[in-house]
Write a new protein. Sequence first.
Length: 277
Amino acid sequence: MIISIISVLKRKQYLKERGRVKIYEEISRAIVNKEQLWIVTITENTGSIPGKTGMKMLVNVMGEIKGTVGGGLLEHWIIERIKVEKPCSACVWNYELNEEFENQVGMICGGNVSFLVEPLIEGQRLYLFGGGHCAMALSELASKCGFLVTVCDDRSEWASKDKHPFAFETKVIDFKEVFSCIPADKNAYYIIMTHGHRNDEVVLKQLIHEELCFIGMLGSKQKVHITFNHLLEHGISQIQLDKVTAPIGIPIGSHEPMEIAVSIVAQLIQIRNQKQI
């Protein structure tokens, strides 16, 4: 009998350790593949909480998980919150499972629990449509200022690590179907600077229908005026166009690619800092 109990305890310990190994294997795989994950860890709990301190769960952008922090509706709520908020830096979420929380979630455990939520890759996401010379300068400078830059172009030679060594990733995409390759993220920044006015308009027409943190477009005032008028003629409302910052960049009289990058990044930093206040 004693031997059986010892065997069961050893088995439980083995499964527990194996679960931890799988968590870290998944983290290693995500790092190699540059996939965003959020690591959720119970840091403190009191009362009748299903999860125990130290339990971990990984959540990807689709809400798929590895591991657990106790299961149930509270875990589901954490997953849904990550999918919506997509935190770009580590944060602590505290929950008091009182009567008010019971009414919201339906749990009656009682107690308090704290979760440390850490993005595997920290930084504000920035998507560049167009990989030309201005984008090369912008991807370098924005990366050095804490943005995770994804460069998208329909030309493989311009959506490459050779051209954009500082970018987080590069993608060859069809400008007519941008969201088939990248997410519509309300916390991310999107900048249009393709190799043609028509491509700019095609991309912009898709972005303005989504709830995004920032949409900017490079170009002269005349180009912006023509593009906007054309979109208005084709059913896009002025309210939708008002969401677009164009021409993008702080007016410093910039002409060279790196000068243009400086003006754009300065504006992005200004917006980012205002949102953090």
